[in-house]
Structure formats: structure tokens, C-alpha cells
Design a protein around this ligand. Structure first.
Ligand SMILES: NC(=O)c1ccc[n+]([C@@H]2O[C@H](COP(=O)([O-])OP(=O)(O)OC[C@H]3O[C@@H](n4cnc5c(N)ncnc54)[C@H](OP(=O)(O)O)[C@@H]3O)[C@@H](O)[C@H]2O)c1
Length: 189
């Protein structure tokens, strides 16, 4: 199993969200997330799941992490609810960790489930005026900077600079990394 984590964080403060939504609207960023996770099993927290448009997730495999039991699944055929991250340790397929901050940190701080690959998109533009209840991934970024190595390539599109990081000292499936880099090299062209 390869675990890939993907986020778009705001430069400087590592903000990724406001309430249940995003404090920016960048079409190419939404497209990147959709294309890189297409056909893959996405793992997300109950708040992220509730805040995403249903049509984006319907018909796609999603694991919702929620230890409160509050989240209602809207596609019972393809979505499952998991209350304990440890249940994913022997999962048979690759996992694409898709947020939010709580769930990213759960993966980064669980040794057996630390992402192998991190697609780190950093947005340098302004966040929406009046955005409230900001959510940030600073705790996960601290682990990223310590335990991961950035590949040298930088991909820039619409104010977002994307870097791919690999977990230090671990074998990482090259086919997965290649696929991600290929997509990033060609996007927007
Ligand atoms: N920019 C990006 O790349 C990106 C990607 C994904 C998500 N986001 C943003 O991230 C935000 C959501 O992240 P999040 O961290 O709030 O939630 P989350 O990771 O999506 O979900 C956390 C889940 O765990 C539960 N939980 C239990 N204890 C918790 C605790 N101590 N803290 C937080 N959750 C706890 C929550 O239940 P309760 O609901 O009962 O608290 C919820 O079901 C949204 O703003 C979303 O838009 C951004």
C-alpha cells in the first residue's frame, strides 16, 4: 500500500480551510486534486466530507474518518465510515489522504500510516476577505519538513507552487511518483 497525501496550503500560515470550505477559489487546484485522486481511494475527515459538493464524491471510493459517528454517508455503496485510523493499517489499496487538518495530522503522527508521498501545493495569493474559522496544517508541515525530502522539481500554476516530498529512508513506489510528476509537468499546458 502506498499512501499519498495531497493538500493546498496558504503560504506562510499553512491555512487550508475556513469553516467547512476553502478560503479561495482556484479552478486549476480543484482540477489537480480531482485528476491526481481519480480512481483512487480517498480518505477524508467528516468535516471535509460534509463540506465537499456531493457530486465530486458520488460514485468514487471514499473512506470517511470520524470518531464521533455524526457523519451521514450520501453514497453507501462507495463510501465507508471508519472510526479508528488503525483499521487502515493493512488496507489492500493505495490511499490518498485528502484532509482536513485533523486527518492529515492523524496520518503524519501514526508511524505505520505516515504518507509515503506528499503533494504539497502552496498558494501564495490572498485568502478570501472575511474568511472565518481558519484551519491550518502547521503541525503536519513541521513533520513534513523534518521527516521528508523534497524532490527538486517545482511546478507553478495560478499562484500555486507544487512540490512533491518523499518520506526519508523509505522505499517509495516509483510508479506512483512518476505518475504524479507526469501529471504536474503537463497540467495547464
Ligand atoms: N486546502 C486543502 O487542501 C483542504 C483539503 C481538505 C480539507 N480542507 C479543509 O479542512 C477543513 C476541515 O478540516 P478539519 O481538521 O476541521 O476536519 P476533518 O479532518 O475534515 O474532519 C475531522 C473529523 O474528525 C472528528 N474529530 C474528532 N475529534 C476531533 C478533533 N479534536 N479535532 C478535529 N476533528 C475531530 C470531526 O468530528 P466533528 O465534526 O464532530 O468535530 C470530523 O468528523 C475544512 O475547512 C476543509 O475545507 C482543505
Amino acid at each position: 500500500m502506498t499512501i499519498v497525501s495531497i493538500w493546498c496550503r496558504h503560504k506562510g500560515d499553512n491555512v487550508i480551510g475556513a469553516g467547512l470550505g476553502l478560503p479561495w477559489k482556484i479552478a486549476s487546484d480543484t482540477r489537480r486534486f480531482r485528476n491526481l485522486t481519480e480512481g483512487q481511494v480517498k480518505v477524508m475527515g467528516g468535516r471535509t466530507y460534509s463540506g465537499m459538493p456531493q457530486k465530486v464524491l458520488t460514485g468514487r471510493k471514499v473512506i470517511v474518518l470520524d470518531n464521533t459517528g455524526k457523519t451521514e454517508l450520501f453514497d453507501a455503496q462507495n463510501h465507508i465510515l471508519v472510526s479508528d485510523i488503525n483499521q487502515l493499517k493493512d488496507y489492500s489499496e493505495d490511499l490518498y489522504v485528502s484532509g482536513g487538518a485533523f486527518v492529515y495530522y492523524l496520518f503524519f503522527s501514526t508511524p505505520a500510516l505516515m504518507p509515503d508521498v506528499v503533494v504539497d501545493c502552496v498558494y501564495g495569493g490572498p485568502i478570501d476577505d472575511g474568511a472565518q474559522n481558519l484551519v491550518d496544517v502547521s503541525a503536519s508541515v513541521a513533520i513534513l519538513e523534518q521527516k521528508y525530502q523534497a524532490l527538486p522539481q517545482r511546478f507553478e500554476l495560478d499562484g500555486v507552487v507544487t512540490t512533491v516530498w518523499l518520506k526519508k529512508g523509505d522505499f517509495v513506489a516509483q510508479s506512483t511518483v512518476k505518475k504524479i510528476l507526469n501529471y504536474l509537468e503537463t497540467e495547464g499546458k
